[in-house]
Design a protein. Structure first.
Length: 500
């Protein structure tokens, strides 16, 4: 017994000696350093448990730039929105986007693409989600939403209760998936396509099983049982999204055709191609459903916002010589003329979009902030922006930032509000749900159009309300800070029935 205690004590002493001799200390031109109390682990537990709370506390303590130790890594966190441009426009050879993304791709989706050029992939895919390619995506999304909502309508002659999050995520993911990855129908007729309805439901079911485990997978914290569940959901998704099957779809987006060609040119094996498809399913469909959910939830909880949005829609449709009661398609002109809707969506995203913008520091370099301060960053560290804490929740930029104000993004004359100030100075990025700079979300125009079409069609097809109007707003699932639009920690029941 005694020798064992002696060995343990010696090891402990050696570890303490090692930590005190070699532990990192702050150099004068570096951001404040906070290693936490636990050697090596540092702040990993607080960071993983509730990143928003932890980083807000660090901001109180150190200001808008600091370095924290997290599980052996040193992460410099920058929380000054006026200085974000210095990071998001910096060259890939200094602040790299791909390195950390590749680690996560492997941990979460088993995707490993050695010698794969992500910059080339982005350049190839970008054009397919924007500009001249947008109208065909919008048309296809409209068709697929109609198909899926039409199917929901067939069983909603009487009031039907469902979880609002599950309903919204289900419809948005399935329609978004069919639009990008392809569908069995040629979309030229209005008949319900049962093959697409069934297949997309299967995709959604498996996707949700995986989605619930992804945060733990990203942190390497899956239990043996969860690893098994995650593997089986992934295997089923790989089959459902088999790259050969996708090639045989009747209607495909330019995006998927181009992505498949790109993977083939890079000689990626068919198995790895299917894995990459599942990764893309998450990257393209993981945010729009939750964003639509929060928007609907805020509308249902705030009757004035709901009435303003509905009145605006009636007005916009009327001035385009149409009525919301007869909706065959929706033009980009209509989609672009809903200023109140835009404000509600921006406000919902301000409150719920919480991605980390992460870069690997590839060489010792200096970072100049907007107010002239300059800090050295060390090669091998990670740099992280968290726009959720600032600007989005910054009380000096947005008064009562926790509160939903549907007209926060409206000027008094009714136009869209873009200018926000901090200490009398205009803020460059008052809200950053889509990221910014060279890695800004390329799907944002399609995402906004999709959310709008979904909400318009919901108004068109259904009456809907809370099952119990007294139900409280759900809290956030705090484990999802850093990974895009947040999820609720529990669902909230609503009921719907068809209008006609
Ligand atoms: C409300 C919905 C969405 C939100 C809030 C959102 C947010 C974001 C954010 C924050 C990034 C940047 C990540 C970073 O810099 O680290 C991003 C990137 C990206 N998003 Fe989205 N996104 C949404 C929907 C979509 C949709 C529907 C698509 C595709 C159809 C899409 C495609 C992409 C792509 C391809 C990138 C990578 C861009 C690049 O690195 O060049 N997103 N998104």
């Amino acid at each position: 017994m005694l020798p064992a205690i002696a060995i343990l004590l010696t090891c402990l002493l050696c570890a303490l000696l090692y930590v005190s001799l070699f532990r990192r200390t702050r150099r004068p031109d570096e951001p404040p350093l906070d290693r936490g109390f636990i050697p090596w682990l540092g702040h990993a537990l607080e960071f993983g448990k509730d990143a928003a709370k932890f980083l807000s506390q660090m901001k109180e303590k150190h200001g808008d730039i600091f370095t924290v130790q997290v599980a052996g890594r040193f992460i410099t966190v920058l929380l000054d929105p006026n200085s974000y441009d210095a990071v998001v426009w910096e060259s890939q050879s200094r602040l790299d986007f791909g390195k950390y993304a590749k680690v996560l791709m492997e941990r979460m989706f088993d995707v490993n693409l050695p010698n794969y050029d992500m910059t080339a992939e982005k350049a190839v895919l970008k054009i397919h989600l924007q500009n001249t390619n947008l109208p065909s995506l919008t048309k296809s999304m409209f068709y697929n939403l109609n198909n899926i909502l039409g199917d929901k309508m067939s069983s909603a002659a009487e009031w039907k209760a469902e979880g609002l999050f599950d309903f919204t995520y289900n419809v948005m993911l399935r329609a978004g998936y069919l639009t990008l990855f392809g569908s069995e129908s040629d979309q030229s007729n209005s008949h319900r396509n049962t093959a697409d309805i069934q297949h997309s439901e299967e995709v959604y079911k498996e996707f949700r099983k995986l989605d619930c485990l992804l945060m733990k997978a990203a942190r390497n914290m899956l239990s043996a049982e969860q690893k098994k569940d995650s593997s089986s959901a992934k295997s089923r998704l790989w089959k459902l999204l088999d790259s050969e099957k996708l090639k045989r779809k009747a209607t495909k987006s330019g995006w998927i055709e181009s992505y498949q060609r790109h993977l083939e040119d890079a000689q990626v094996t068919p198995d790895m191609q299917s894995k990459a498809m599942v990764l893309q399913l998450w990257a393209t469909q993981g945010n729009a459903g939750p964003a639509a959910f929060w928007m609907l939830l805020f509308l249902l909880k705030h009757p004035k916002a709901m009435t303003s949005v509905q009145e605006e829609l009636e007005k916009v449709f009327k001035s385009n010589g149409r009525t919301i009661k007869r909706m065959e398609d929706v033009s980009q002109e209509i989609l672009d003329s809903t200023i109140v809707f835009d404000s509600v969506l921006n406000e919902s995203l301000r409150l719920t979009a919480a991605p980390f913008i992460t870069r690997e520091v590839l060489l010792d370099m200096s970072l100049k902030l907007a107010d002239g301060r300059e800090y050295r960053l060390r090669n091998g560290d990670r740099l992280c922006l968290f726009p959720y804490v600032s600007p989005q929740m910054d009380p000096e930029i947005h008064q009562q930032p926790q509160k939903f104000q549907y007209d926060r993004f409206l000027n008094v004359d009714g136009s869209g509000k873009k200018d926000f100030y901090k200490n009398g100075k205009k803020v460059k990025h008052p809200s950053m749900p889509w990221g910014a700079g060279s890695n800004v979300c390329t799907g944002r125009f399609h995402a906004v159009n999709s959310i709008k079409l979904f909400v318009f069609l919901l108004f068109f097809y259904f009456e809907f309300e809370f099952n119990n109007p007294k139900d409280n707003m759900p809290q956030f699932d705090r484990s999802r800070y850093g990974f895009g639009v947040l999820h609720p920690d529990s669902d909230i029941v609503f009921r719907y029935r068809k209008r006609f």
